[in-house]
Design a binder for this molecule. Sequence first.
Ligand code: ZN
Length: 74
Amino acid sequence: MFRIFQQKRKCNVCERKLVLSYKKPELLKAYMNRHGKILSQKATALCARHQRAMTQEVGRARKMALLPYTSDHK
Ligand SMILES: [Zn+2]
């Protein structure tokens, strides 16, 4: 049987044991595009748990004005 198994790769946050927090907006910025939008899970290659955590923390950071909602707000 020749089956191609998709290699199980840990997400970047799991692998490097990072802690996603609104207190580190520069880290969260890596998961946003230049317009300030949160990238999809396909683009970020995060696991479900960390994608959810990242989204939540970006939301918190936005409320505290650490991250922009969009690039249009000046
Ligand atoms: Zn992860």
